[in-house]
Design a protein around this ligand. Sequence first.
Ligand SMILES: [Zn+2]
Length: 127
Amino acid sequence: MKKRLLELLENAYAPYSHYPVAAIVVMYDGRTFEGVNVENASYGATICAERNAITSAITAGYTKEDFRELYVMTKGEKPAFPCFLCRQVLAEFFHKDSKLVIMNEEREEHYFMSDILPHPFTSEDLG
Ligand SMILES: [Zn+2]
């Protein structure tokens, strides 16, 4: 996983932040989907690596109950957590006990989604 994530970093489009990010989601059937961050001159139009990977899985026909794990690689000095916009999307598709691995080239850290989403807003809140 780490080797592939490092390769994917080279595909990130990050001319503004110079902060490439790569993500891989693993489905319960073992299939994986990849994403990198794609920035835009209009910064708000930027799409994060995590959401690119998730939307690729949805496009391929997977759904809410299919997401098992998420791996995120950055080139920063330390592994970085998904941004809060991505966390909201993670809350839509992953279980609270789904595995999250954040890493850079030197280090990796393991979490559960519930660690970064202790009180998510979900469809259950819509009543
Ligand atoms: Zn994000």
